[in-house]
Design a protein around this ligand. Structure first.
Ligand code: ADP
Ligand code: ZN
Length: 214
């Protein structure tokens, strides 16, 4: 299965990507995680991405497209993948088409802006990719990752002003992708629920209906 996860920042794409990977045994390619890793390693890509990310802006298309091209060509992605955070603009979607990707479905996770702002203020993340919320999805030990035991931290771009800017960017540049994929008959919409498990159930149910390799 080749799947795209679409949704506002903080809609819960990362959490759902983890559930889908576990069930379908296909890797997640999360551009935000790749960029954050590059940032903390201080690579050329990381230095370039940092200024955009911390301002709530998108990293330039050509940078992200190059990165995805390389990832999708790798062996780990040959049986399918889940794209989390890509494409985020129409040119990125067109580039994916040009790579001959032929995705099976685009799952849009719908969450209202106000809800997102409330959620992001409580988000805590780990270097291993795990993500928690102080109220909705707390770690077992406060400030410590359940999966790897590392210290949790608040992402640089989770400050409220940056979150508002990221939402603006989402509505202007990413939301048009719903029409883009809707027109191709690939769009599947799922409402984000109050409880993470309810959202998970809705997502997995929606995927049952997806036909692969049509
Ligand atoms: P979120 O979905 O919560 O905003 P991500 O971890 O997916 O977070 O992305 C964090 C930041 O990384 C984005 O705000 C953006 O600056 C950059 N980024 C990630 N994916 C892309 C992409 N496909 N195109 C451009 N920038 C991206
Ligand atoms: Zn961890």
């Amino acid at each position: 299965m080749k799947l795209i996860l679409l949704g506002a920042p903080g809609a819960g794409k990362g959490t759902q990507a983890a559930n889908i990977t576990a069930k379908y045994n296909i890797p997640v390619v999360a551009t935000g995680d790749i960029l954050r890793a590059a940032k903390s390693e201080g690579t050329e890509l990381g230095l370039l991405a940092k200024s955009y990310m911390d301002a709530g802006k998108l990293v330039p298309d050509e940078v992200i497209i190059g990165l995805i091209k390389e990832k999708l060509a790798s062996d780990s992605c040959k049986n399918g993948y889940i794209l989390d955070g890509f494409p985020r603009t129409i040119p990125q979607a067109e580039a994916l088409d040009a790579m001959g990707a032929e995705v099976d479905a685009v799952l849009s996770l719908e969450v209202a802006d106000e809800k997102i702002i409330e959620r992001m203020s409580g988000r805590r993340v780990c270097k291993c990719g795990a993500s928690y919320h102080v109220v909705y999805l707390p770690s077992k030990v406060d400030g410590v990752c359940d999966k790897c035991g590392d210290a949790l931290y608040i992402r640089d771009d989770d400050a409220e002003a940056t979150v508002r800017k990221r939402l603006e960017t989402f509505h202007a540049q990413t939301e048009p992708l719903k029409d883009y994929y809707g027109a191709k008959g690939l769009l599947v919409t799922v409402e984000g629920r109050e409880e993470v498990e309810d959202t998970t159930a809705a997502v997995l149910a929606a995927l049952e209906g997806v036909e692969c390799g049509k």
